[in-house]
Design a protein. Structure first.
Length: 269
């Protein structure tokens, strides 16, 4: 519904949302499954079949976005491992390969994906949620942070592997659930009693994938991060954006994560 504008870039694909749950389709019994736990069963197989994905972690769950035109490949790739359902009129209906096989072409094997540089800023981040009924109380502050508080983003340095800081603020509103990622300094500007986080109040560090905007036609970018972290049993909060991919990991594990990713890059050369 947004009007056309010379200031707005729109990707040329329509994307569909997949969510992975560990207890079937019943809403009352669903347990969200984190990105690193689905690295081998979803992310890696899709990369092998040359399916590009976007990842969006929220405070409540993780979502995988795939291009609508790739849906037949996605269904055929995942049907052996998962029971797959689609939502119709609010109801979950089973999906079979036959439902999407019209025009299905077996994809060509994917070439080895490019291993992009990974940058790790020193900024510490918080992953938060807020009760919907308290959102008006922080609306003015949200608008100020989103649109007025930050200077224009700096260009990534050529080949730079470290950043002193990074401007990053993510807000999502999905089916009434609110999820926010902000740096620890920005969090101090908000009323502490309205922002909810885990009982441990842990802080997160970021690794940003890509030295320049990545585009949407390449596959294996999420797998570059998710697979080694899954193998090391390290949790991650992953956000794909228009230009870059970002993974947040617990602060105490950042050194191990950087080492793992550097080893992955060296072995892929």
């Amino acid at each position: 519904e947004l009007p056309p504008s010379e200031f707005m870039q729109v990707a040329d694909s329509t994307w569909l949302v997949l969510s992975v749950v560990s207890n079937g389709r019943a809403p009352s019994g669903c347990q969200a499954t984190g990105v690193t736990k689905i690295a081998r069963s979803v992310i890696a197989p899709l990369a092998e079949h040359h399916v590009s994905v976007l990842m969006l972690s929220t405070y409540q769950t993780d979502f995988i976005l795939v291009r609508e035109r790739d849906l037949p490949v996605v269904i055929h790739t995942l049907a052996g491992e998962f029971d797959i359902y689609k939502e119709e009129s609010g109801e979950c209906v089973p999906v079979t390969c036959d439902d999407v096989s019209n025009g299905f072409l077996k994809p060509k094997p994917a070439t080895s994906p490019t291993l992009h540089p990974v940058q790790s800023p020193q900024t510490r981040f918080c992953v938060l949620t807020v009760a919907p009924d308290t959102l008006p109380a922080i609306a003015t502050m949200l608008i100020d942070v989103l649109f007025y508080s930050h200077s224009p983003p700096r260009e990534a340095g050529d080949g730079s592997q470290d950043l002193d800081s990074i401007t990053f603020f993510a807000f999502s509103l999905i089916e009434g659930y609110i999820s926010i990622v902000m740096d620890a300094e920005t969090q101090k500007r908000f009323p502490s009693d309205l922002l909810l986080t885990s009982s441990t109040g842990e802080l997160w560090r970021m690794v940003r994938i890509g030295g320049q905007p990545l585009g949407f036609d390449e596959c294996g970018i999420v797998a570059q991060i998710a697979e080694p972290l899954a193998a090391a049993d390290i949790s991650a909060y992953y956000i794909s954006t228009f230009n870059f991919d970002h993974a947040l990991v617990p602060e105490e594990g950042i050194a191990e994560v950087i080492q793992l990713l550097q080893q992955r890059q060296e072995s892929g050369r």
